[in-house]
Design a binder for this molecule. Structure first.
Ligand SMILES: [Zn+2]
Length: 269
């Protein structure tokens, strides 16, 4: 897999610290790397933001909101700010909220680069692929990967797409409006078998319109009740169909109520 500049930078840092093959970065190692690279790390009270980096007179301070709930979110935010430090030396990135951290493909190129960096630092692609090998795809795997790599479910879903470990479609919705979607590329399996990507599938959705009402995501936005996050759906819910198509698909929706933001993964069982 071809690495972007941001991913290659993360990989280089891991290898400089001799951590490339060891496995998953601990939170202490992450803080040590940040300090060793030359930025000051602190966990403080921050008003309505998760993290920020401030550079003044050549000194950078990475501040993470100490009230962030969940190790995964805190780690990803810290790695994201380190990404800004490594990649965007001459700009002052805006403060980061969870929305920038989730809304990967829409938050501008600097935010995407910082997220790509964080993703590769905390979930090195070769280790991620290894962890997925031979396992059945589904919410259970997403949960297991989130525990192994100590990151959020959102970060795992986006890594699944990026590392191309299983053919899926990922759709992001904010305030009941579709923001972006991505389909898996074609891939070669571990046994060198060709697995066609999903770019052959045509989605029947429009940007900035609500998700289909019968999709799991659509149900989340309609209802305040807690819902089954995994459901069997008909292919025609999201895609244009042909008579010979297998119509059964699965949809798993990870909905963050605080941000009114949903990320759906759709796949064939
Ligand atoms: Zn950022």
């Amino acid at each position: 897999m071809l690495l972007s500049k941001a991913e290659a930078t993360a990989k280089k840092i891991l290898s400089e610290f001799g951590l490339n093959e060891i496995g998953i970065l601990t939170s202490t190692e992450l803080q040590t790397i940040i300090q060793a690279r030359g930025a000051y790390y602190e966990e403080v009270e921050l008003d309505s933001m998760d993290g920020r980096i401030v550079t003044f007179n050549g000194k950078s301070v990475i501040s993470i909101n100490k009230n962030i709930v969940g190790t995964g979110k805190k780690r990803f935010t810290a790695a994201h700010e380190l990404g800004h430090f490594e990649l965007h030396k001459n700009i002052q990135p805006p403060a980061d909220t969870q929305y920038e951290l989730c809304n990967w493909y829409q938050s501008g190129s600097h935010e995407k680069e910082a997220n790509d960096f964080a993703s590769e630092l905390l979930m090195p692609t070769h280790l991620f692929i290894q962890e997925c090998k031979g396992k059945k795809f589904g919410p259970q795997l997403i949960k297991q990967l989130a525990e192994t790599f100590q990151v959020t479910h959102t970060a795992i879903i986006l890594k699944i797409l990026k590392a191309n470990v299983h053919p899926v479609c990922v759709i992001a919705t904010k305030k009941n409006k579709i923001k972006w979607w991505k389909l898996s590329q074609s891939m070669e399996s571990a046994d060198h078998e060709f697995i066609p990507g999903w770019t052959k599938y045509k989605l029947r959705i429009t940007s900035n319109l609500p998700p289909p009402p019968d999709s799991v995501m659509g149900q989340f936005f309609k209802s305040n009740k807690s819902l089954e996050t995994l459901q069997e759906i008909d292919k025609s819910t999201w895609f244009l169909t042909h008579p010979q198509d297998n119509l059964v698909m699965l949809e798993y929706c990870n909905y963050i109520r605080d941000y009114d933001f949903g990320l759906s993964v759709v796949w064939e069982d």
